[in-house]
Design a protein around this ligand. Sequence first.
Ligand SMILES: C[S@@+](CC[C@H](N)C(=O)[O-])C[C@H]1O[C@@H](n2cnc3c(N)ncnc32)[C@H](O)[C@@H]1O
Length: 613
Amino acid sequence: MPIKYVPFIPEPVEGQAVLGNFNRILKYKGADDVSMTIQRGMPLYEMEKQETVGENADGNMVIRGECVSACAYLKEQGIQVDLVYIDPPFASGADYAKKVYIRRNPKVAEAIAQAEQELDIDELKAFEEKMYGDVWDKEKYLNWIYENLMAIKSVMSETASIYVHLDWHIGHYVKILMDEIFGENRFRNEVIWCYSGGGIPKHEMPHKHDTIFWYSMGSGDEEWNDQWVFNTEYRAYSEGTIQRGRTQVKGENAELREEGTPINDWWTDVPKITSPTDPEKLDYSTQKSEALLSRIIKMCSNAGMLVADFFGGSGVTAAVANKLGRKFIHCDIGLNSIQTTRDRLVADGAEFDVLEIKDGVQLYRNPVQTMDKIKSLIPGLKNEDSLDSFWEGAISDSKLGTVPVYVPNLMDSASKLLDKVTMNRIIHQAIPDLDSNIKKVIVYYIDITNEAEIQKFIKDDDSTNIEIELRDLKTILDDVIIGDYAEFHTEETHDDLFGGYAVTIDKFISDRVLSKIAEFNEKAFLNSSAKKPYKPIEISEDGLELIEFLSIDCTAAEGEWHSDSEIKIDKNGFVVVNGNKTKVFWDGKIRCEQKPLRLKIRNICGDETVWAL
Ligand SMILES: C[S@@+](CC[C@H](N)C(=O)[O-])C[C@H]1O[C@@H](n2cnc3c(N)ncnc32)[C@H](O)[C@@H]1O
């Protein structure tokens, strides 16, 4: 339950399509619900600090949580951002997956090392895990992005700029929304980011550009130059221009400027990450290049300013902002994004806090996996074709017959909270559409405004005789998520190179990962044939190949984490020690200078467990 609601925009400017004078140009189903959400405000939840990396005098943040809730927190703290870049899920209908690689077992790594230095990607044992899906329909997407953009606007400084990265799927609609939210006179540029590569469709031209809208908070009606930051960026001259010389175009006295030519709004010179061997490439689909972010950040912010990305993914915005001397905020709902970004920033020597919004959505690694897990955990829940898609499925009850079940979509912040608006919709829209023989429905919630109030609301409404049972989704997962198991021993070492202590991991068991592997093996078995023989993934008794990352806290035995020593094992089995890449295989140990107090192990799927030492 949110602590409170923080207003999006306290005082709407004239003509702005929000709050009291809500007046959308782009009308579609669900717009009225957004209006109510906007009027209620942004939900503010408790924020928990998970880790501090370095001194962090600049207050940099890596936040796990939803964009809207992160904005509520920033607004409450009085933090304003100077530049926003977002690359929200595109409504492209794609499901994004993370490739999970089984690591080498350190007990056999040496033998493998003698035989070969680096395994080919295809030879690595791997399986996939869903990360996030963006399969909403257009209307839901537009309502969702509207709410998010409103939230972001509420934390932008008076001179801030926002870049929204989209493409042909939804870009044209979002442009209209942005005109409404920011004002047409705040629109600065539509950047067309051109790239090549990929296949060529038969019946249409290849889609080879993304669209990035730039809006400023300043309108430009007054003196423009103190209303937003704009540092001209230059593109190197082409060989042809250099050879011909500018004189041919500009006359006798024209000189070639040293920086190159000022860029215009179509970018053909900014690389895209396409190759898996690109040194920048992390295991994150939709990862954007540092060159792209570098151009935007240099152009629209100055050193010391605060740059935020509320759909941060692989952490490119935070990483580039840090390299360019800006402060940063990275926010994302996915655990993989937070871990990828954290590790990337540690490797860059950045200082920051890792924070988590306690809004109930972060039950599992990410909302998609949480949804999948929840569905499999609701006792008796089955798909029911005769029901509208509003219902997740139904439970068959010997006395009551079919009992439709509603489960909120965790990807959609608007449906996460069970309030009178949602209940009203259930009673007056969803229930009347059900078959007349339905006697009961079950409504799950992840967050509820006030259970007694909702129960009273149901009781007071006499338009249905169907029984409505409310159930808390969180209790389902609480029962099943158990930590990983590890056996280890600590020794004092007298090693000049590594310092005083070594913790050796003797055994590691992760039921969560093992059940994923069992699922993978079962599918592989069913899909096997004489041509494609069954090759199961097998895990050793000691299970060390399921470890991706280890960290030791020598500072505090409880509370927020301090990573005084850490090891990340890359997919080839090489270790990254305190952010520094090596060509050394993991030897099953982690070393530290001070007496270790706690050990943290992250398994290859991203779950982290902490043990006291
Ligand atoms: C297209 S990806 C961003 C990729 C990023 N620009 C990069 O270069 O790696 C979109 C991200 O939005 C995150 N996301 C989806 N819904 C969100 C929400 N409501 N709040 C915060 N993050 C969200 C997803 O987890 C995903 O990482």
